[in-house]
Structure formats: structure tokens, C-alpha cells
Design a protein around this ligand. Structure first.
Ligand code: EZ4
Ligand code: CO
Length: 405
């Protein structure tokens, strides 16, 4: 007997930060959840779902995952883009969740079963000054992490991506009705960053996987120079060296450095990824289940990447909800060329609003054995944390011009 979707609703909640969740209900009494959170633009996706997609879902057979994806992607005519693709991602995750629950199996089993016992995770360590950064890296290792992203302050700058001056936890979005304006100077960063990462490497020894995020700010020449200067730090990867729009930049970077490169957290589709993958200009592809078409589309991107020995390493900041984070962990367990999962961690309230079967221990993640994605929503608790306007920062160079944040 085929089941039918009988209800679709959007839950916007702010347990520590804003999350947009799609809830689908079926005639057989199953409930599926999907994540559609786009940091700083949450209500645009909520409207896309509420006003344009949810009415179309009622009556659909939730078992037809691929057909539903194609209906929403091809049927929109206005294809791709972060808002459209986040909305499609949420539907895709919710119907995979339903399929798992209908089968009584965790989604990783539907994806072909486990190819590994557990998934390597990395987390963030940040501090303005080097001694505090070394202490923070040590604290993350004490927490069990075998892979750590290190970010520090820059002398002469007031603000730097990835670091708060007075805190060792970093959350980029801030509540309020306008973005915080940060200042940025790439030359000051380039003078400082190599010595910081080299010092971290000397401090931790050879084994810890060390990562760093340049956050889309460099020219091709600057990126090539940084990659070269970071070679002694033996990074696991250098992330987002250049802005995503200029993919040709990576050709120049590649000619000059063997530092592994990771890109893709702002990509929405396989079309954003294909040149970087097929021309082997990157080593890790960072698309997230909440932003690049859900499990169905990530599977295609990762399969393409596998052909070129590019490995999957999805974005996992606090601004993708525990729902899509769980989906990523199911993919991680069942995808052969999956390398590592970013795990920034969540506010304790987010863990409470989204009770989940996925777990972290001893530096590794596992999706758990609950049917479906294994992430539920405590709707009564969620209702206690209404949406609060929040923005990512913007950045200006020292002369006052807008630059890439
Ligand atoms: O700036 O998730 O690798 N992680 C990152 C993040 C992103 C935020 C944007 O919403 O680059 O900190
Ligand atoms: Co990043």
C-alpha cells in the first residue's frame, strides 16, 4: 500500500540560534523532519516552503524520493540558488526520514549500509593570542578530538573571522536587526597566519589533524603563497582560500602548493562542484545536506568526487540543525570516500529541542540505530524559543570598502 503525505509545516525555532525545520506527516502516521536553515536568511526559506512547496507535497507518495526531488528542482524553472536548494534539501531529508521509519531502519542502511565503524570528526579551536590558542587546542584534544581547526587573531586588526577576542567559542551570527561590521586586512593576516599554524603544529606534534579556514578572502596569488607557507604545518586542509565565484583561481593555487584544499560550504548543486572535482583542483568537497539538495543530491556529488579521489567532508557548523547534521553522519557511515565531518557542536538547548540518536565519542561520530534520520523535534520546547532576527557579519577593508566576509 502506498502512503501519502497529509501534512507539511514549517517550524522556526531559536534554541540558542535560529533553525528552520520542515515537518511532514503521512496517512500511515509517520513523521519526517528536514532542515532548511540558511544562516541570516532563515525566513526566506520558511516562506519558500510554506507559500510555494508545502501545498504541493500533500498527496505525494513519500517513498518516491527521487521523483519528488526532480519535481521540485525541475518544476521550479528558477533553478539552484541557496534558498531554493535549502527548501528542496529539507523535503529530501524529511522523505528519507520517513522511508527509514517505514522500513524500520536507520537511513545509513538504506544508503547501502556501513562502510566504516565510525566517522572522524573535527572541531574548532580559536583564541586571539597564540598561548590561549594552544591551550584551546589542548582542551579540544582532551575532549577526544583527533582533528582540530585552529584560528587566531591578527595583530593590528580588531576582528577576525573565526575568533572572538574574549571567548574561546566562536559563533559568527549575532542577534539584532543589522549585521555587525568587521574590519579586514589580508596583508596583516598573511604576515601572521603561517607562524601561528606552524607554532600549533610544533606544539601538538605530528599526529593531530590540523585544519585552517581562510574564509573566501584571498586572491589566487595570495592563496598560493599561503598554501606554500603553510606546508611546514602539514595541514589536513586549508579551507576556502578564494571566493567560490572564481573557480579558475584554484588552477594557480594548485601549481604552487601541495597543501590540501577544501571548498564547497556555500555550494548548492553538483554544477557548482563539477569543475573543481573533475579538474582535481580540490581535495575535499564541503557541501552540506541542508544546503545542497539533501541526501539525494549529496550522494551524486560524492559519487562524482569518488571518481577523482576527492573526498567528502561536509560543512557542520552550529547553523545547520541537528537534523541535517544527522543526515550527514548517515552519509558518512555509508559513503566510501567520506573523509571527515566538521562538528562545531551545539548549544545545550539545541540538543534538547532536537533529541538525536547520533553521538560523538572519542573523536568520532556515529548516526545511531534509530529508524530514519534518528532526530526528532520537541515541538513544545521549540515553541518556547521564537525566531529572533540575526545576521552574519559583514566586512570592510581598512579603507572602508566592502569585502568578502
Ligand atoms: O562561516 O557556518 O567552516 N565553517 C565556516 C562557518 C561559516 C558559517 C556561515 O553560516 O566557515 O563558520
Ligand atoms: Co568554512
Amino acid at each position: 500500500m502506498t502512503d501519502r503525505i497529509i501534512g507539511a509545516e514549517v517550524i522556526v525555532t531559536s534554541p540558542g540560534r535560529n533553525y528552520v525545520t520542515l515537518k511532514l506527516q503521512t496517512a500511515d502516521g509517520l513523521v519526517g523532519y528536514g532542515d532548511a536553515t540558511v544562516n541570516g536568511r532563515e525566513l526566506a526559506v520558511a516562506s519558500y516552503l510554506r507559500d510555494h512547496i508545502n501545498p504541493l507535497l500533500v498527496g505525494i507518495d513519500p517513498a518516491q524520493i527521487e521523483d519528488t526531488w526532480q519535481y521540485l528542482y525541475r518544476g521550479a524553472y528558477w533553478r539552484r540558488g541557496p534558498i531554493t536548494m535549502a527548501a528542496i534539501s529539507a523535503v529530501d531529508l524529511a522523505v528519507w526520514d520517513i522511508k527509514g521509519k517505514a522500513a524500520g531502519m536507520p537511513v545509513y542502511q538504506l544508503l547501502g549500509g556501513a562502510v566504516r565503524d565510525r566517522i572522524l570528526a573535527y572541531t574548532h579551536a580559536s583564541a586571539w593570542e597564540l598561548p590561549e590558542l594552544l591551550d584551546t587546542v589542548d582542551a579540544r584534544r582532551q575532549d577526544g578530538f583527533r582533528a582540530v581547526r585552529a584560528q587566531s587573531g591578527v595583530p593590528g586588526l580588531e576582528t577576525v573571522y573565526g575568533v572572538h577576542r574574549d571567548a574561546h567559542d566562536y559563533e559568527p551570527a549575532s542577534r539584532g536587526t543589522a549585521p555587525v561590521v568587521e574590519s579586514w586586512d589580508t596583508d596583516a593576516y598573511l604576515r601572521h597566519a603561517p607562524s601561528v599554524l606552524t607554532a600549533v603544529r610544533e606544539h601538538v606534534g605530528p599526529e593531530l589533524a590540523l585544519l585552517h579556514d581562510a574564509h573566501h578572502r584571498l586572491t589566487p596569488q595570495q592563496a598560493a603563497r599561503l598554501g606554500k607557507e603553510l606546508e611546514p604545518a602539514d595541514l589536513f586542509w586549508l579551507e576556502d582560500v578564494t571566493p567560490a565565484e572564481n573557480q579558475d583561481a584554484l588552477r594557480l593555487v594548485r601549481q604552487h602548493t601541495t597543501t590540501p584544499l577544501a571548498i564547497g560550504e556555500v555550494f548548492n548543486t553538483i554544477y557548482d562542484c563539477k569543475d573543481l572535482i573533475t579538474e582535481q583542483l580540490i581535495d575535499f568537497i564541503r557541501v552540506a545536506a541542508a544546503h545542497a539538495g539533501g541526501i539525494s543530491h549529496l550522494r551524486k556529488i560524492f559519487a562524482l568526487a569518488d571518481v577523482y579521489q576527492v573526498r567528502a567532508a561536509p560543512h557542520g557548523p552550529s547553523d545547520v540543525s541537528p537534523v541535517s547534521f544527522g543526515a550527514s553522519v548517515h552519509l558518512g557511515l555509508s559513503t566510501h570516500n567520506f573523509a571527515i565531518q566538521e562538528y562545531m557542536g551545539y548549544d545545550p538547548l539545541a540538543h534538547e529541542v532536537f533529541p538525536h540518536s547520533w553521538s560523538f565519542s572519542d573523536g568520532y561520530l556515529h548516526p545511531g540505530e534509530a529508524p530514519g534520520l534518528g532526530v526528532e523535534v520537541d515541538e513544545q520546547l521549540a515553541a518556547k524559543f521564537p525566531y529572533e532576527p540575526a545576521y552574519l557579519p559583514v566586512a570592510r577593508t581598512l579603507d572602508g570598502a566592502m569585502t568578502d566576509w
